[in-house]
Design a binder for this molecule. Structure first.
Ligand code: TRP
Length: 336
């Protein structure tokens, strides 16, 4: 039996928004009470696409700030950035030699991200899932909280673990990870188009609530958020084909930690303007303190660096022991 351990990775992006919070960070905060958790800012994954060096540095800090401001405890959890622990790259290389080209060719995220001009995508983008498997297996993590879009990569991680255990005759060496996919976690969509994910790259800032938005701006964005002409339904069937309504109602449920049914009970039959003012209130109550704390933390880069230093040291200790075992299993020797 492997010891239960959670691992998750988040790309360092600036301008973190409500989708990042409700879709990932909020869940991380809940998991810290139930598991030993390792949270990694995956800067090596980020460079599979071109990054501005200055922005990359500041985005790493912004991401740590969002973790801490949201309530992740840096004493209890390991919070670090991938580039600090070289073993991620070392194990990724090993997995490049375990995973099969056919497996990589099936990855839908690669196809989507590479787009029409596949020949011009970086090789890193293609082997991105192998680095992700290395992140997880380097810590022998047993549980990984991910969104639907990462399920296939987790499946690949399981295939890599099984093939490694089998090829090197080390039954059960790597755990077969389980995804932690919670039904309660909403897919937060754009406030302008309920079919598109909320994203920092959408042109209109009105499409998203940024963690650092102030009260007035949040109010304005929710007031202007797209809806339809019907009222709030009293049951889930009333949400059919109403993407924008689903989005706002799911955000309300998630931010208040209640079930959708409760929202229907509270607002069924009421119009959107009543609902929207309550929704703004809830978002402001939750998000503004996080944004304010982030702004405060970002002024103290030494404090954020110290968190990353400590996390990297602790991650590095586990990684070193495991990588040594892995080298031994394969027959690789470090003479230096
Ligand atoms: N690929 C993940 C994403 O884009 C980020 C990630 C990298 C990750 N390594 C990971 C997630 C390990 C979970 C576990 O969301």
């Amino acid at each position: 039996m492997h010891k239960k351990r959670v691992f998750s990775g988040v790309q360092p992006t600036g301008n973190l928004h409500l989708g990042n919070y409700l879709g990932a960070i909020k869940n991380f905060v809940e998991l810290q009470n139930k598991f030993e958790c390792v949270y990694c800012i995956v800067d090596l994954h980020a460079i599979t696409n071109r990054q501005d060096p200055k922005e990359l540095k500041s985005n790493v800090l912004e991401t740590v700030a969002s973790f801490v401001a949201s309530g992740l405890n840096s004493e209890k959890n390991i919070i670090f950035n991938q580039a600090s622990v070289a073993a991620h790259s070392e194990l990724a290389w090993i997995f490049n030699c375990v995973a099969r080209i056919g497996w990589m060719n099936r990855m839908t995220q690669f196809k989507e991200k590479a787009g029409a001009n596949k020949e011009n995508a970086s090789v890193g983008l293609m082997v991105y899932p192998n680095l992700m498997a290395a992140d997880i297996l380097l810590y022998k993590a047993t549980h990984v909280p991910v969104g639907e879009d990462q399920k296939q990569h987790l499946e690949l991680t399981r295939d890599i673990a099984k093939k490694f255990n089998n090829d090197f005759n080390c039954d059960n060496y790597f755990p077969i990870v389980e995804p932690l996919i919670s039904k309660e976690i909403p897919r937060v969509m754009s406030l302008r188009d309920g079919k598109k994910k909320m994203s920092k790259s959408e042109d209109s800032d009105m499409s998203r609530i940024n963690l650092k938005d102030d009260k007035d701006l949040i109010e304005q964005k929710i007031k202007k958020a797209k809806t339809d002409n019907d009222s709030i339904p009293s049951e889930v069937n009333g949400l059919k084909n109403r993407d924008e309504a689903i989005n706002l109602i799911s955000i309300y449920a998630s931010i208040n930690n209640i079930k959708l049914e409760q929202v229907f009970k509270e607002f069924g039959g009421k119009n959107f303007s009543t609902f929207k003012s309550k929704l703004s209130e809830s978002i402001i109550e939750k998000i503004c303190p996080i944004g304010d704390e982030m702004k405060k933390l970002l002024k103290d880069s030494k404090y954020l660096h110290d968190i990353l230093k400590k996390g990297s040291k602790n991650a590095g200790l586990i990684a070193k022991i495991n990588l040594k075992e892995i080298y031994e299993i394969i027959g690789l020797t470090k003479f230096s």
